[in-house]
Design a protein around this ligand. Structure first.
Ligand code: PGA
Length: 229
């Protein structure tokens, strides 16, 4: 609810806001509340522009475990977003690096991101910026770490069927957002979240870069907050 309220405030203050949006387990509740706010007539998405943080490479565009399908299910099909204002990297581009440049340019053309909503991976990744990704990175082709692939494997029927690469907004792309909302839920995120927030700023923990952002809000549940106290 808190996360949805922050996104809603952004849209109410600036109806033509540009948002960067995450997938995963954590943001499902936020999307459910945003849909509810829309259904209750409190929110209008008609002028909002959305960019997904990332998408797997080399899966069919309609793959049920792809982020396009996730966003369709949780947000896009349920609110009055304009189709032309919905953006996600292609999972089957002819030239993945060209797709990255196209995506980065689209974000710039939209005037940059007003609010980027992020999850945090158990290894500290934000979007698919895995440990070791340079802070200067723009949208790029990411090789998924063994940990990340292991975490995804059950959704893809085993490690062999799990994508190896993805297109992701880079750390610099994310840090250019005017405001950042980081979400973390579950005890399994408690330790990495504490390191990211209070530990050294290092590419080994990509989320730690967020300490340098001038407008960061962190929304956590009780489990993820356990090591912050
Ligand atoms: P989760 O994913 O919300 O499914 O834990 C977060 C992430 O890996 O970025």
């Amino acid at each position: 609810m808190s996360a949805a309220r922050i996104v809603a405030q952004q849209i109410l203050e600036r109806p033509n806001s540009t948002l960067a949006l995450p997938t995963g387990e954590t943001p499902k509740g936020m999307y459910a509340f945003l849909v509810r706010f829309y259904q209750e007539g409190l929110l209008d998405f008609s002028q909002v522009t959305v960019f997904n943080l990332d998408e797997f490479l080399a899966i069919p565009p309609d793959h049920p475990q792809g982020f396009r399908a996730y966003m369709q299910e949780h947000l896009w099909s349920k609110v009055n977003l304009n189709a032309e204002n919905i953006h996600i990297p292609s999972s089957t581009p002819e030239d993945p690096w060209e797709e990255c440049s196209r995506y980065e340019a689209l974000i710039e053309e939209a005037g940059g991101i007003d609010l980027a909503v992020l999850g945090i991976g158990a290894n500290g990744h934000i979007a698919f910026n895995e440990p070791g990704t340079p802070f200067e990175s723009l949208t790029h082709v990411a090789v998924l770490s063994p940990d990340t692939r292991k975490n995804e494997a059950s959704r893809f029927g085993g490690i062999d069927g799990t994508p190896e690469r993805a297109i992701t907004m880079g750390i610099k792309t994310i840090m250019r957002a005017r405001r950042i909302l980081l979400l973390a839920s579950g005890e399994e995120k408690a330790e990495i979240l504490a390191k990211a927030i209070f530990g050294p700023v290092t590419p080994e923990i990509p989320a730690s870069v967020l300490q340098l952002h001038p407008s960061l809000t962190v929304v956590v549940d009780e489990g993820a907050a356990r090591r912050l106290l």
